[in-house]
Design a binder for this molecule. Structure first.
Ligand SMILES: Nc1ncnc2c1ncn2[C@@H]1O[C@H](COP(=O)(O)OP(=O)(O)OP(=O)(O)O)[C@@H](O)[C@H]1O
Length: 503
């Protein structure tokens, strides 16, 4: 494989979109450095790179949300003299973000027509519009009359793609569109993309998962430190290892925990009679130093139990932890005081505080434990910050930088560092490596592994089966609020887990 593999590429003429020598600087940060690439018409083009490599910045520019510091964009061979969201949408380029912009109390068909409603006075052929909307929804499996609030995650994502197309989209940008989708939903979304591709739609697809890239992309471009580091027009010829090497510029040793058998040990955590909304668990023990995986379909109980233990999901029942037995924590404060730390999968809601520095964010949650005697131990704080800033490989010039200047994946690393810095007895992490690149994912799994060696019990809530196989000693598969199967040892495999979750 060559770094710029152009096999299968016809001529520059079939490029629907061309980016020429695009640079973007934020003060001293050079997010993009003279990037040039072409997207061929009717292909699915993967955009890859480590956290902070410049992917979001680039798609921000392509979709008109960010202005480039220099460089130009060409659509159908013609340079665009003005690049903002309106101009790019008129040219047919739409960014579909992770949060679906859908109005719940309107029907699917009405949502489809949202951007097209006249804001003032203009004439619109509503009948034709409605008929077009119905036709477009016909092959999608979405009922146009259904309230959008009733649609599941994959239908909402499809609806957003359709809406972009309905508004004239020819190049649709999807930024990590499979986040929070089940394996089955992912398949449905990919089939849908293939169908639209056959109709001539072009996709730009951002993902950190090699299996997704290899399955769905025709071509890839790789960014590294704001430079175009390489790419291929023939993804089918690549292996997962080659893809990783292209992204990281080096080979990668994938982490694998040497699983421990904790049977017969005195538990560090005992849960009894946990009953709440969609939740009913008779008994669950966790050993000191054990890494326990929770998985299942959405709503099956994995996330609910984790949140109940941290006082975020109302439930009755008892917990025995640190030699004390009591009711499940009523709120996160009580959970924290009992020595429980929790990383939410909803970074936007429970995540980092954007305007504060990286260092202050890391120190935030552990502040109470370092200020108990009435003063804040600044030296301890500085060492905690330095440790986790370094260990997590946060990509920023220093911990003094504001969190909202970081890329999404780097914000996630800060959140994780903050939780780890609290020195918990029981650590609960929900989708700890979502949005994190393949290299850092190994580091995160390694850090959790090392933490467990100090006796901390860990619960990993995850839909990423690969992550569970690499990190967990035991995996509980949830169904209808209960644990339907518990896997240990060699039984923890991607195939077994997928089969058990879907069964
Ligand atoms: N508003 C901003 N101010 C300062 N720096 C910024 C700003 N936005 C982005 N950056 C920097 O630009 C670089 C590229 O970030 P970008 O979000 O494009 O990365 P990414 O490849 O999308 O990463 P991820 O996989 O983590 O989402 C990073 O170093 C980031 O810190």
């Amino acid at each position: 494989m060559t770094i710029h593999d152009t096999r299968g590429m016809d001529t520059a003429a079939d490029a629907i979109l061309r980016i020429e020598d695009v640079t973007k600087t934020y003060g001293p940060v050079r997010a993009l450095r003279g990037v040039s690439l072409e997207i061929r018409r009717g292909t699915i083009h993967g955009l890859l790179g480590e956290n902070g490599a410049g992917k979001s910045t680039l798609v921000g520019i392509i979709s008109g949300q960010n202005t480039p510091s220099s460089g130009r964009i060409l659509m159908d061979g013609r340079p665009l003299d003005h690049v903002d969201v309106k101009a790019m949408e008129e040219a047919g380029v739409f960014l579909v973000t992770q949060e679906p912009m859908i109005i719940d109390n309107m029907t699917a068909a009405e949502n489809l027509m949202l951007g097209i409603w006249p804001t003032q006075g203009g004439f619109v052929d509503w009948r034709k519009l409605r008929a077009d909307a119905a036709r477009m929804l016909a092959g999608s499996g979405i009922d146009g009359a259904a309230l959008a609030g009733r649609l599941d995650a994959v239908a909402r994502r499809k609806l957003n793609i359709l809406r972009a197309m309905f508004s004239g989209g020819r190049v649709i940008i999807l930024d990590e569109p499979t986040a929070a989708l089940t394996v089955a939903d992912r398949r449905v979304l990919f089939d849908f993309m293939r169908r639209l591709k056959a109709e001539g739609v072009t996709f730009i697809f951002i993902s950190h998962y090699n299996d997704e890239i290899l399955e769905i992309c025709d071509a890839v471009s790789v960014l590294r430190d704001g430079n175009l580091a390489g790419g291929s027009e023939n993804v089918a010829a690549l292996s997962s290892e080659q893809l990783t090497e292209l992204v990281l510029g080096r080979g990668l040793e994938l982490f694998q925990r040497s699983r421990r058998d904790h049977a017969g040990k005195t538990p560090a955590v005992r849960l009894r009679a946990v009953v709440g909304t969609n939740l009913s668990i008779d008994a669950l023990d966790i050993a000191p130093g054990e890494i326990l995986g929770f998985t299942g379909l959405p709503g099956a109980g994995a996330k609910e139990l984790a949140r109940a233990i941290f006082g975020l999901h109302p439930a009755g029942g008892t917990i025995w932890l640190g030699g004390r037995e009591g009711p499940l924590p009523a709120n996160p404060r009580a959970a924290f005081d009992a020595g429980i730390a929790y990383l939410s999968d909803d970074r936007r809601k429970d995540g980092a505080v954007g305007q504060m520095s990286i260092g202050d964010n890391i120190a935030l949650s552990s502040l109470p434990s370092r200020s108990r005697a009435g003063f804040i131990d600044r030296k301890a704080e500085a060492s905690v910050v330095a440790r986790y800033f370094g260990a997590m490989g946060v990509k920023a010039p220093s911990p003094d930088y504001a969190v909202d200047t970081l890329s999404g994946g780097n914000q996630q690393k800060v959140c994780l560092g903050r939780v780890l810095a609290t020195n918990p007895r029981l650590l609960i992490v929900d989708e700890p490596t979502r949005g994190i690149d393949v290299g850092v994912k190994q580091d995160v799994l390694r850090i959790i592994d090392e933490l467990s060696d100090t006796g901390v019990s860990v619960i990993i809530v995850s839909t990423d089966t690969d992550e569970l196989v690499r990190a967990a000693d035991r995996v509980c598969v949830f169904d209808h609020g209960s644990i339907k199967e518990t896997l240990t040892g060699e039984d923890i495999s991607v195939e077994r887990l997928r089969a058990s979750v879907q069964a």
